[in-house]
Design a protein around this ligand. Structure first.
Ligand code: PRE
Length: 366
């Protein structure tokens, strides 16, 4: 190779580096633009306005044409921005969201609170069905429970992350309050109570004290329990207030759960990778190597880097007996240098490590 052509190659490599840097900035700006358009979309749908505003779009295109110094041609500029606006408009459209149903369960309430009420919410009978729907692209997001402050982890959700390519896009906490609901709202009339095993467990003391002779009948969900309570005058259901509204039941006794603070954490799953906000967490899963002190060694970089470990959970690895998968939530975003370096150090002590997502920390009142 001649000295001249190797000089040219280096020049091209340098120019390409500059182009890569600009592309990074364009990508960041495009995502910021889409996020702003999403926020406008939410406000528009809340106020009943149409998303499409042709006049505003045209004024954006005219304004940019007037500002364009070249060498980009006016025609190309227009084409590019027509596509950029189309992408923003698409992000403003109502989304399809799958959740662990049926309707009026706490997961449904969490999904409604997190997304826009005008989005389409689709109930599914199992957590796996929610994952499947988002994986296939039928729904853009899924909402699933992941842990309860009293009952602990929702193991099925954790296990599905092992196989799934979906990310955790967000978390959301919901204070769980169980009401005793019946057709008349009269406590004296109640002889049979329907509910899911979890609410029964969480209301044990109240039930023993106030309705010790009532027959307790387990159902697949609190919504199903509410439907059963509609069928007899002496029946009641333990369920949330959303079920009372949906099935037109009256509150015979409000907030009958034994613990004052009962909060469930839900995850929003999808393909988005949220940008750092300055107050984020990163969720990972890993399988340790079969060496003495493997877990200690795998976790040591977290302590050494001064990062807060927000959660540590373990589940049996199904491919091998007495081998475990660990789930860890770390303070910080995976794009932060400190988190990146910490994960790189952890890798040396893990057979397998997977980043499940980096997303904004949600407020919890628990
Ligand atoms: O400004 C608005 O009203 C928007 O909704 C944002 C936006 C855009 O991407 O700039 C998107 C859709 C509308 O048709 C007009 C403009």
């Amino acid at each position: 190779m001649s000295a001249e052509s190797s000089g040219q190659d280096e020049k091209i490599a340098n120019l390409r580096r500059s182009i890569d840097e600009i592309d990074d900035t364009i990508l960041d700006l495009l995502n910021r633009r889409v996020s702003l358009a999403e926020a406008i979309g939410t406000l528009k749908t809340q106020t009943g306005n149409r998303v499409m505003d042709k006049a505003r779009e045209e004024s954006i295109l005219q304004r940019l044409a007037g500002l364009n110094p070249g060498p980009l041609s006016s025609e190309m500029l227009r084409r590019i921005f027509v596509d950029i606006i189309a992408a923003s408009r698409q992000a403003q459209e109502p989304k399809r969201i799958s959740f662990l149903g049926p309707e009026a369960t706490f997961t449904h309430v969490a999904a409604l609170a997190f997304f826009n009420e005008l989005d389409t919410f689709v109930p599914h009978p199992s957590i796996r069905d929610v994952f499947d729907d988002v994986e296939k692209g039928t729904s853009r997001y899924g909402v699933v429970p992941v842990e309860n402050s009293i009952e602990g982890a929702v193991n099925h959700t954790l296990d599905l992350f092992l196989e799934s390519e979906l990310h955790i896009c967000a978390e959301s906490y919901l204070a769980i309050s169980h009401d005793l609901l019946s057709k008349s709202g009269d406590l004296e009339k109640i002889h049979t109570i329907y509910s899911h095993p979890q609410p029964f467990a969480q209301c044990r003391t109240w039930l023993k004290t106030h309705l010790p002779h009532a027959e307790l009948v387990e159902c697949g969900s609190t919504s199903q329990a509410a439907q059963k309570a509609l069928l007899a005058d002496d029946a009641a259901a333990i369920a949330g207030s959303a079920a009372a509204r949906l099935y037109d039941l009256k509150v015979a006794a409000p907030a009958i759960q034994d613990a004052v603070r009962n909060t469930t954490r839900f995850l929003v799953i999808g393909r988005d990778a949220p940008r750092p906000t300055g107050n984020d967490k990163t969720s990972i899963l890993f399988v340790t190597a079969h060496i003495p002190g493997a877990l200690f060694k795998a976790l040591e970089p977290i302590a050494a880097s001064g990062l807060n470990m927000l959660k540590l959970e373990s589940r049996p690895a199904r491919h091998k007996n007495w081998s475990y998968v660990f789930f860890v939530d770390l303070e910080g975003h995976v794009e932060n240098e400190k988190v990146k370096q910490c994960l790189a150090k952890m890798e040396a002590f893990c057979q397998f490590i997977k980043i499940l997502g980096a997303y904004p920390v949600a407020l919890s009142d628990a």
